[in-house]
Design a protein around this ligand. Structure first.
Ligand code: DGL
Length: 276
């Protein structure tokens, strides 16, 4: 009589199970770049809901419906070991409801107000996000918890999302776009004292150098990507990783604008492109 093979433990993911990174567009690549530094061996599937881009100008109901619908369908199909919502807009609106329905661990993107409060010397922090993110109660709660004794000035900058999308496709972007975002924060009461700016949209670290020029010396930027990469490494500690196929980038709409991204995707280790 032959002994039955031991049942595999369903809580241990197979070595080739991917980490699924999700954003409306290319913004999540700023998070993927940090994840690569921490877990270079991890197989990744990057998903961009470019048919829904931009999220930041949509309503809460529209964003919540898209994000939960897509992530539900994609986790069924791709069986990731973990999902990272590499998008502040989607996370601040839909993270709790997505966590309620999906069984896979989910890491969200939280505006880096806590580290910004520790960094600022003047006590005045700027926050750049999408219009949808900056009006969230989630941001109010972070401000109350971590920056109650600071001044937090917010600005919704959808044009920076478009600028990052264009720049990563190799298009020239008018520097006036970055100057306008800096000016919108500077001209608020106390804005001249801003010494720390939270990049509360994953697209914005992709244009940090341009924002640095627009704000001038003396301003430091902070975003959530280091914390997210560390959190993913912690949650996958002890798991095995084996990349058996090239990492994949999936888009909800395949068009010429996706084709233009090929060099950027390859530079982020995403060697295959497909339809989400
Ligand atoms: N990258 C997304 C974020 O972090 C938003 C971009 C968009 O408006 O779709 O908020």
């Amino acid at each position: 009589m032959t002994a039955a093979a031991p049942a595999s433990d369903p809580t241990i993911p197979p070595a080739d199970a991917p980490i699924l990174m999700f954003d409306s567009g290319v913004g999540g690549l700023s998070v993927l770049a940090k994840l690569r530094q921490v877990l270079p061996q991890a197989p990744v599937i990057y998903v961009a809901d470019n048919a829904g881009l931009p999220y930041g100008t949509k309503t809460e109901a529209q964003i919540a419906a898209r994000v939960s619908g897509l992530l539900g369908r994609l986790t069924e199909r791709l069986r990731p070991r973990l999902v990272c919502i590499a998008c502040n807009t989607a996370s601040t609106i839909a993270l709790a409801s997505v966590r309620e329905v999906l069984e896979v661990p989910i890491v969200g993107t939280v505006p880096a107000i806590k580290p910004a409060a520790a960094m600022t010397r003047t006590g005045v922090i700027g926050l750049l996000g999408t219009q949808a993110t900056i009006r969230q109660g989630y941001v109010d709660r972070l401000e109350a918890e971590f920056a109650a004794d600071k001044r937090l000035l917010r600005h919704g900058a959808p044009e920076l999302v478009a600028a990052a999308e264009a720049q990563l496709r190799g298009h020239a972007v008018d520097p006036a776009v970055f100057a306008a975002a800096a000016q919108a924060l500077r001209e608020q009461p106390g804005g001249a004292q801003i010494d720390t700016v939270v990049l509360a949209c994953t697209h914005f670290p992709l244009v940090e150098a341009e924002l640095g020029k627009a704000f001038g010396p003396g301003v430091r930027f902070i975003d959530g990507s280091d914390g997210i990469a560390r959190r993913i490494a912690f949650l996958t500690q002890g798991q095995e990783f084996a990349r058996r196929v090239p990492d994949l980038a999936l888009f909800t709409r395949l068009d010429d604008a996706v084709a233009e991204l090929a060099p950027t995707l390859a530079a982020h280790g995403l060697g295959q492109v497909g339809k989400a």
